[in-house]
Design a protein. Structure first.
Length: 286
């Protein structure tokens, strides 16, 4: 059943119902259903592809200057980070005109042939991502530690950024930061809940997701309609019917998912990884 067909039936449910209001109720009920549980139909498993660390040649840096030159070959490195020598701080490098520069003046001692490495530890997430469920270790398949921003800042500040990935944290911009950074290009298993296509009010030829029964949406909107008409008893009956429909969906979901093996987070199995905070709950379960 299409969105247009669902709306037509709902508009005809009671006389004098505003189409725009029905559209708003449909959108709200659909969103409520999708947010009610971590539905299997919204689960996505893919990979976050990291880029290799680059540390060929040396760099020439001057204390108090943003200028930097290298004996290596830097291509497409604008926006990546660089650490020089054994220092803990890192800088963002940018190519402008015909020269490379740091995002702020170099704090260390001047060095015409300093060791360095260029790396990337922050990555954009898929465009359809709604909730990041987990990043898994590419070595063990176990979940990496889910850190807060404060935990990540503390770890990165210590300078130990290269090695086996052990933890992740979301940035303020909605990207994901990885600690530690693998030296070689690596695919990190990524699991997330995607954003479902919404009912906009104009995409009437589209349909809800196939596993969301049209009647579940309609029972919820019928409750909204009756409440607006001050038929509170009728609205309560429809709300109970809506809840029963959700319970049926949950039962079908349990059948689809089947038994799931226990997965222990990597902070409990890798002794070299500091234990992160307890994992945050992402979903409201019945």
């Amino acid at each position: 059943m299409t969105w247009g067909e669902i709306r037509l039936l709902l508009v005809r449910f009671r006389a004098g119902i505003d189409v725009a209001q029905v559209t708003s109720w449909m959108q709200a009920r659909y969103e409520l259903i999708l947010d009610f549980h971590a539905w299997k139909g919204l689960e996505v498993e893919t990979y976050l592809q990291t880029v290799a660390v680059y540390q060929t040649g040396t760099v020439n840096v001057t204390q108090g200057s943003t200028a930097i030159t290298t004996t290596g070959t830097w291509t497409g490195f604008t926006g990546r980070k660089i650490r020089v020598g054994g220092r803990s701080e890192f800088y963002t490098i940018t190519y402008s005109g015909s020269a490379w520069s740091l995002d702020r003046v170099y704090e260390g001692d001047s060095d015409a042939a300093a060791s360095y490495y260029v790396f990337q530890h922050v990555y954009a997430l898929p465009a359809d991502l709604k909730t990041l469920t987990a990043l898994d270790s590419p070595d063990t398949g176990l979940p990496l530690a889910d850190w807060t921003r404060e935990q990540m800042r503390e770890a990165v500040g210590r300078g130990a950024t290269l090695g086996r990935p052990a933890a992740w944290a979301l940035t303020d911009a909605g990207d994901v930061e990885i600690w530690r950074v693998p030296e070689a290009s690596t695919g990190i298993p990524l699991r997330y809940i995607k954003t479902a296509p919404a009912f906009t009010g104009t995409n009437t030829r589209d349909s809800p997701l196939s596993w969301v029964p049209a009647n579940t949406i309609m029972e919820g909107v019928r409750a909204d309609i009756l409440f607006a008409l001050e038929d509170y008893n009728g609205s309560d009956r429809k709300e109970r019917a809506f809840a029963e429909q959700l319970a049926t969906m949950m039962g079908n979901e349990a059948i689809r998912k089947g038994p799931r093996p226990l997965r222990m987070a990597s902070e409990y199995t890798h002794h070299r990884v500091e234990r992160g905070l307890p994992r945050r709950g992402n979903f409201r379960l019945p």
